[in-house]
Design a protein around this ligand. Structure first.
Ligand SMILES: CC(C)(COP(=O)(O)OP(=O)(O)OC[C@H]1O[C@@H](n2cnc3c(N)ncnc32)[C@H](O)[C@@H]1OP(=O)(O)O)[C@@H](O)C(=O)NCCC(=O)NCCS
Length: 160
């Protein structure tokens, strides 16, 4: 049975475990690189979780992290969905849907008008996850990835 847990700064080992797993398993999906993080010490992981106006949630299966998602408060009206990953062993069980819904609920409670995200256009499982959860392609391009060619595309869900 997969359950979700919202993290505090003291949960930094869980955050480190799941983020390193995500960056190792799906480097193509993220702007952050494993090399940027794998030597980070406790203070760095704690500092990430202690960032104000953030929400960090993991999915756990039999005590092990199998998924993650984060919410960041941007400007006054917008929140951002980041770092979505589900371990291959837990895929296809709506864990992604539950993580996205948790961040959306947090964003609504924070009073955000929109929840935004950036996704690499050929990442079909991720695009499908966001499409069925109501995130529309804005047509806007996001950051250039480290390959120097690919650009993310921005999606948004209007919350109010
Ligand atoms: C995107 C992601 C979170 C979706 O995982 P999920 O929510 O468990 O997937 P779903 O429940 O939506 O699975 C739907 C279907 O796609 C399949 N699927 C999911 N992810 C897949 C993948 N990466 N490759 C191939 N098939 C995948 C599932 O087996 C399932 O098949 P079914 O419809 O025949 O049952 C997951 O694929 C992932 O972590 N990918 C790598 C990281 C990533 O891309 N993150 C998003 C960054 S923007």
């Amino acid at each position: 049975m997969v359950h979700l847990r919202v993290l505090t700064t003291n949960d930094w080992p869980l955050w480190r475990e799941v983020r390193l797993a995500a960056l190792s398993e799906a480097p193509h999906a993220f702007k952050s690189r494993l090399a940027d993080w794998h030597n980070g010490g406790e203070e760095r992981w704690r500092a990430r979780l202690a960032m104000p106006s953030t929400y960090n949630v993991v999915a756990l299966l039999e005590g092990q992290t199998v998924g993650v998602a984060a919410g960041l408060r941007g400007d006054a009206d917008a929140c951002e969905l980041r770092s979505v990953w589900v371990s291959p062993r837990a895929r296809g069980r709506s864990v992604g849907d539950r993580l996205v819904a948790a961040v959306e609920k947090w964003a609504r409670q924070a009073g955000a008008a929109t929840l935004k995200l950036a996704v690499i256009p050929d990442n079909e499982p991720a695009v499908a996850l966001y499409q069925r959860n109501g995130f529309s392609d804005t047509g806007e391009l996001g950051d250039l990835l480290s390959d120097g060619r690919t650009r993310e595309r921005l999606r948004v869900k209007v919350l109010r």
